[in-house]
Design a protein around this ligand. Structure first.
Ligand code: HEM
Length: 444
């Protein structure tokens, strides 16, 4: 990858107080942190903390390098194992190379068009029922974030696992919530009472539960994601083992629900702040001419998709994409060593003025065909990552988001008080610190 004439990238030298300030800033304000380091040190920044080497790479070219991953320089497994490997071992994102390719090919069975159409038919009445129950004109706000979280978890239980909503689904959802909360614990110790300890127990509960469901799913013709993964085969007749199906299902539920919840929340906020866009989207769904959203309507929700893309630009659920360098590599004329945690920053690239006009302004039309700012560079808009690990659930997410937006727009107008600005916690997943209180008014 590198030749001896290429200069080494040297670690930046900062005093302990400065280091502490920057570490705190990286948790509290990943965008501000990335912008500060980028402005001070350029597109590649290396830091040594004890025996660990951290490298931050900024800009769309950095994303191209890390995501295209020519020569398999970067390992997803070694990076993500360190972060969420205790609770979500062997998920698709935590695999590399041929092993990843094999697992991803089999998983496609759960994401083909006929499967997607069936998921949509199953989700539609559930979304309508859930959104229809929201309190209107009470003078009290709805907390958007936990409301979407509960909805996407219930949808995951029924669409992914084929469960009827009820006590069992509630128990699984609770175990799942504990596992997710524990996946990036502040205290990484699994001793009785700690979050990590509870997370490991919650994972075990889910593993046991899924294992006991497996025999009935194998060979039956169920249409939930669990059944499809149980029965997926490749051209050589290979199939997932029981443990592989279980690991994939637990990871899929996590990958699907927090990200979609985050996106729905930021769209709801943006539309509350920009009622003219809320009206435009209402006009768009009204023009579809049906009481129920059909699969064929999805691609006609063009403006809804711009709003979703703009929300994902401004508030990408994953602000950072971690990789691990297995060999030394070159970036912009400098050699970066093997054995480093290498992070690229969608949130930073999404605000770079060389790709985006007036990047701090909410402006969904930047995604229109006429302007297409996201095409200024193939890797300047990367909320779903890219390359071999690009989100496999992208179309599922878009479908679910459009379905929820359709139901919200046809039922309500929503607002936030004048002057309200959503306090965003960008890491580990973008979410509002105050759960986003919104005021609903019935449309009819
Ligand atoms: C708006 C919603 C979503 C966003 C923003 C999102 C974002 C991402 C990102 C950034 C990655 C790649 C991380 C990397 O490069 O290491 C990823 C991977 C993945 N996502 Fe999503 N995701 C979303 C929804 C979903 C849904 C709904 C599902 C499942 C139904 C899903 C399943 C997965 C899986 C299985 C992977 C691993 C892919 C691989 O490694 O080959 N995601 N997602």
């Amino acid at each position: 990858m590198s030749d001896s004439a290429t200069p080494q990238l040297h670690p930046i030298k900062l005093g302990p107080l400065e280091t502490l300030r920057l570490i705190r800033k990286s948790y509290r304000d990943p965008l501000g942190h990335a912008q500060e380091l980028h402005a001070r040190f350029g597109n590649a920044v290396m830091q040594k903390v004890g025996r660990y080497t951290f490298v931050n790479l900024y800009g769309a070219d950095a994303h191209r390098l890390a995501l295209v991953n020519e020569g398999q320089v970067f390992s997803n497994k070694q990076a993500w194992d360190l972060i969420i490997g205790r609770i979500f071992p062997n998920g698709l994102m935590l695999r590399d190379g041929d092993d990843h390719r094999y697992h991803r090919r089999l998983m496609q069975a759960g994401f083909k068009s006929p499967a997607m159409q069936r998921y949509m038919l199953a989700m539609e009445p559930q979304v309508r029922a859930a959104v229809g129950q929201w309190p209107v004109d009470t003078g009290k706000p709805l907390l958007a974030y936990p409301t979407f979280k509960a909805m996407t978890l219930d949808l995951a239980a029924s669409i992914f696992l084929g469960m009827e909503l009820g006590e069992e689904a509630t128990r699984i959802n609770a175990a799942f919530e504990t596992a997710v909360a524990a996946s990036m614990p502040k205290i990484p110790l699994a001793i009785p009472g700690t979050l990590l300890w509870r997370g490991i127990r919650a994972r075990k509960y889910m593993v046991d539960y899924f294992r006991q469901l497996l025999p009935a799913k194998r060979g039956a013709d169920g249409t939930d994601m669990f059944s499809l993964l149980c029965n997926a085969t490749d051209e050589e007749g290979n199939r997932y083992t029981d443990q592989e199906v279980i690991d994939h299902m637990i990871f899929l539920m996590m990958a699907a629900h927090d990200t979609t919840t985050s996106t729905l929340t930021s769209m709801t906020y943006a539309l509350a702040r920009h009622p003219q866009w809320q009206q435009r989207l209402y006009d768009e769904i009204a023009s579809l001419g049906g009481e129920h959203l059909r699969y064929a309507d999805l691609e006609r929700m063009e403006m809804t998709e711009w709003v979703m893309k703009e929300a994902l630009r401004m508030y990408p659920p994953l602000s950072t994409l971690p990789k691990y360098s297995t060999t030394a590599f070159e970036f912009e004329g400098q050699t970066i060593p093997a054995g480093a945690m290498v992070a690229t920053y969608p949130i930073h690239t999404h605000y770079m003025p060389q790709y985006w006009s007036d990047p701090t302004t909410f402006d969904p039309e930047r995604f229109s065909q006429a302007r297409a700012e996201h095409k200024n560079h193939a890797y300047c808009w990367v909320p779903f990552s890219g390359g071999a690990h690009m989100c496999i659930g992208l179309h599922f997410a878009i479908m679910q988001i459009k379905l929820v937006m359709f139901e919200m727009l046809r039922s309500y107008r929503w607002s936030v008080p004048k002057g309200y600005a959503m306090p965003v916690q960008q890491s580990p997943i973008s979410k509002p610190r105050d759960d986003l209180p919104v005021y609903l008014e019935a449309r009819r």
